[in-house]
Design a protein around this ligand. Structure first.
Ligand code: GLN
Length: 565
């Protein structure tokens, strides 16, 4: 996908956002009115559909809780319009519009002034479309066979859902078909337990090390504890700790209620047939349970069969990719559900959970996954993968065929492709990775920082720093608000080495004028640096082509070079 296509598709929304931001710069007062003036047509009406489409392009869903009052009011207006023949259809006047949006202004203004964490959401989701299609051609693996109910699921399902920490949503494919969390419940169960008890208490019973063995291996660590809460042994022990003072029915209710809060009230249900199927074929988990009881792994009051059944029930809790993405986003957002604002987990519990997902979340592929993808994730045998990009978004993928490690083949491929496109790997350098796309909304900020750094180095005559910026692919012809470039500053300060480097090594245009109409040559003359003025004059004489390039052309060229690399 070319940069151009992406820009074109976003440009409409971007225009609105830029225009609106400018309008709002004069203050938040009367936001509704300003918004109306901005959106209305020549009849002084705003089309409800057009308004909804704009919001949707920012990633906001019509069904978002934060838009509830506005959407309800729009619905009432539309119904009234349908009943009354003389009424307008689908459009509203200023008074009605301001009344409809007034209750949900915070989220509406945030969306329409590019304040969301992924401001160019369409650009981002175009990449997701591409990755989704690529993975669709992956037919490796088959659905889990050891639980009959899972073996019967169609291998064709493929869904991807995204939810950012600002509640921007995107769904592709089978995202509203329910399936069981299976092992994806393990980090959630661990997080809930940590939230309730302290890590010191929980880790008296379970370790923090990758086991290096398969998820249901009959093994304990050197202290006779399960290796970590992300494998069966550790998850069974963690299940025995979750609200252990309550009766089992209340413990199950507690888990369901919490998970529903993680998911912002979206689909969380219980699949009884998977539970029965799993319980009937659970020899290995029973063996693990007895082995652990023999090794005093459980708290004293725990009943083994009840604990195992509770664990099977937790595995049989259903989500959809959509509700799963909200759960992932709650983890990405430090424990606050982005669509409801509900604080479900304290941030330490989330941090500890993400740490263990990072090192142990993908069975014995965890090391390779941490190496290649560098993000916390958890997979389950029903084909789900919950992926967290901390402080940015949650992603949930679902495709039942599993690879040799028991992870969803397409899910793993998706994660790997994702970090090949975006700088999401934990160790990707956020500032200087020029070949990867960063959808986070700080493009403008970082460009401003680039200019400051560049101009300061030129002013100080620091050629080493300039060389570093050039090697990192920085646009060396960047200008500040006044049109001052590094070349202007180098010339004005008489730094011959800087001027030479910029002209001869970086090929920056030499004729650029600042807002007062001065070129670098004018500056060298004005500040009496004749050797530099001479150098510039000579260069311009010998390179008429380069000197006539406009800033835009050079910037375009630099971008092209960057994408080609
Ligand atoms: N129900 C499964 C089990 O305990 C969960 C395991 C998984 O998803 N890997 O066998």
């Amino acid at each position: 996908m070319s940069d151009k296509t992406l820009k074109r598709r976003d440009s409409n929304l971007k225009q609105w956002q830029d225009g609106l931001s400018e309008l709002l710069a004069s203050g938040m007062q009367d936001f509704e009115e300003k918004l109306f003036c901005f959106l209305c047509d020549h009849n002084d009406l705003v089309s409800i559909d057009k308004f909804k489409n704009l919001l949707e392009e920012t990633g906001l869903r019509e069904t978002d809780f934060r838009l509830k009052e506005t959407m309800t009011k729009f619905r009432v207006v539309l119904e009234r319009q349908l009943r009354d023949e003389n009424e307008l259809r689908g459009s509203v006047d200023k008074e009605t519009f301001t009344d409809c949006v007034s209750d949900n202004l915070v989220v509406i203004s945030k969306a329409l002034t590019s304040q969301f964490v992924v401001p160019e959401f369409k650009t981002f989701t175009d990449f997701i479309d591409n990755i989704y299609d690529k993975c669709k051609d992956n037919f490796n693996g088959q659905p889990a066979q050891y639980i009959p109910q899972l073996a019967r699921v169609s291998p064709k399902h493929w869904g991807v859902s995204v939810c950012t920490i600002d509640g921007q949503r995107y769904d592709l494919g089978d995202t509203d078909t329910p399936f069981c969390l299976q092992s994806v419940v393990k980090p959630l169960n661990y997080a809930m337990t940590l939230n309730d008890l302290s890590p010191e208490v929980v880790h008296k019973y379970v370790g923090q090390e990758p086991s290096g063995q398969s998820f249901n291996e009959l093994t304990l660590d050197y202290q006779h504890k399960p290796h970590n809460p992300m494998i069966n042994a550790g998850a069974i022990v963690t299940a025995s700790l979750l609200k252990k003072g309550l009766v089992i029915a209340d413990r199950f209710d507690y888990a369901m209620d919490q998970l529903r809060r993680f998911a912002g009230g979206e689909h969380v249900a219980f699949n009884n047939s998977v539970y029965l199927s799993e319980r009937a074929t659970a020899d290995r988990n029973f063996a693990l349970g007895y082995y652990m009881r023999e090794n005093h792994c459980f708290p004293k009051e725990a009943d083994l069969v009840e604990t195992l059944e509770f664990y099977f029930q937790l595995c049989s809790i259903e989500v959809t990719a959509q509700s799963g993405a909200v759960i992932a986003a709650t983890l990405a957002n430090g424990g606050i559900c982005p669509t409801t604002g509900d604080r479900v987990l304290d941030s330490d519990a989330v941090r500890n959970t993400l740490s263990l997902m990072h090192s142990c979340g993908m069975y014995d592929y965890s090391g390779q996954f941490a190496f290649k993808v560098g993000l916390p994730a958890k997979s389950g045998v029903a084909g789900g993968v919950l992926l967290v990009i901390p402080n940015l978004m949650g992603i949930f993928t679902w495709s039942p065929p599993l690879d040799q490690w028991g992870n969803s083949s397409r899910g793993v491929q998706f994660c790997e492709e994702l970090v090949a496109n975006f700088n999401f790997h934990n160790y990707d350098n956020l500032k200087h990775t020029s070949t990867k796309y960063d959808p986070r909304g700080r493009a403008v900020e970082s460009k401003a920082q680039d200019v400051v750094n560049l101009l300061f180095s030129a002013y100080n005559g620091d050629v080493t720093a300039m060389r570093r910026y050039a090697l990192l692919g920085m646009d060396m012809s960047l200008a500040d608000y006044d049109g001052r470039t590094a070349l202007h500053l180098g010339a004005a300060e008489g730094h011959e080495s800087i001027v030479r480097f910029l002209l001869e090594k970086c090929g920056v245009p030499s004729h650029l004028k600042d807002r007062w109409g001065f070129t670098a040559y004018d500056d060298a003359l004005r500040f009496k640096h004749s050797h530099v003025a001479e150098l510039l004059k000579e260069y311009m004489k010998n390179n008429p082509d380069s000197s006539s390039k406009s800033v835009d052309e050079v910037t375009k060229y630099m971008k092209q070079v960057k994408t080609e690399n």
